[in-house]
Design a protein around this ligand. Sequence first.
Ligand code: CMX
Length: 441
Amino acid sequence: MGILKDRFKAKADQMSAEIKDILKEHGSRVIGEVQLAQVYQGMRGITGLVTETSLLDAQDGIRFRGYSIPELREKLPKAPGGSEPLPEGLFYLMLIGELPTEEDVQHVTAVLQRRSQVPLHVFQAIEAMPLTAHPMTQLTVAVMALQTESQFARRYAAGMSKKDYWEAVFDDSMDLIARLPRVAAYIYRRKYKFGSHIEPNGLLDWAGNFAHMLGFEDDGFKELMRLYMTIHADHEGGNVSAHTTHLVGSALSDPYLSFAAGLNGLAGPLHGLANQEVIKWIFEMQEQLKTDSPTPQQIEEYVRKTLSEGKVVPGYGHAVLRKTDPRFTAQMEFGKKHMPDDKLVQTVWNVYETVPPILQSLGKVKNPWPNVDAHSGALLVHFGMKEYDYYTVMFGVSRALGVLASLCWDRGLGFAIERPKSITTDLVKKWIKGEDQIWGD
Ligand code: CMX
């Protein structure tokens, strides 16, 4: 087996034994209470999942294996001459639980390079769709076409033993992560660049090569891709894309099927698609106001108009976070370093000054602060990537790192098929009257 696989197996075996002991001694302890409102309102705050790769704190934001985003930007290995972390390093951290050395990261990059060949029929599946198909639809179709390569599906059909599931999931996950940048770049060049495709560069890191295949050779853009692919990778287990991948995987659907399902969740406007909605919303504001530098007062009027039309302000709010998202702050710092005078980036900062008090004044929005999606598009536009319909695909490529590392852990720890209890309102009414137990069978 490879170094990464060996290390993962050793960690997973150790953790399995620990969990067995924990459950033996503490398995019947009560971990929390569930209120009826939580059952009706998106299960918010109910602890019901174990995800090893990262943990979200409402005030401090995301930590990957205990490390915050500023810490990762400092501690993870960088590309030669670069100052942003290599996402391969974050993947190693999520999978193994320890910070990687430079050598470890080079190893991950080399493994991904080696596995990156995309079969012809995947490109043909993309080509079978109309050019007008949304890039996220094209990406999901491509991932489904790649499923023909699943080692898990093949080995399961041949009678694989339970004890080997983790290995087949590990192999599929590495293959899928390796192939995604090529597939995603193909979709971009097909839809927006008249199908003039760019061959991969085997000397570049995973994110640098993605930038290259997209057609952006600027060193600043490559650095942005490294940061972007790092900060979008994981946000603990309950968000729609992570939870969906985990849920579908719990039925022993292979990593391609599971990740495609997660991508479909990411394509929703309240989740990953918000990144395209933010830039669309700002471009529409510029068009309506006939200026590329709207004043704070003009922004305020536009925000109020958005709300009066019964729409959400994209890029603001969060189901868990209650402060400015550190992923927003990391991008703001990148903007201040690389493009402080960019008008669109400055507008994003002016929106940040304007929106929170307005949302706060509504009295119902639990978090008036910006999330990751409020900033990402403006940085991409700066480098010339204006095709905002494509942005969620980039989020999806990054998200693969987190959700597939988690899927490896799910099978490595032998987690069960997920099957929570649901109820009917009729049963709730009876329960209120004291006529029935709400939790049956
Ligand atoms: N603009 C206007 N209203 C908002 C709002 C926003 N940005 N954020 C929340 N609200 C409203 C909700 O729609 C809800 O209204 P109703 O009671 O009328 O239905 C009310 O405030 C309470 O919502 P909440 O408890 O604060 O937020 P939720 O946990 O239900 O939803 C989220 C969280 C992210 C879906 C929501 O804040 C939102 O719609 N934001 C805009 C879309 C967005 O940026 N999504 C990306 C999130 C990050 C990601 O996953 O990529």
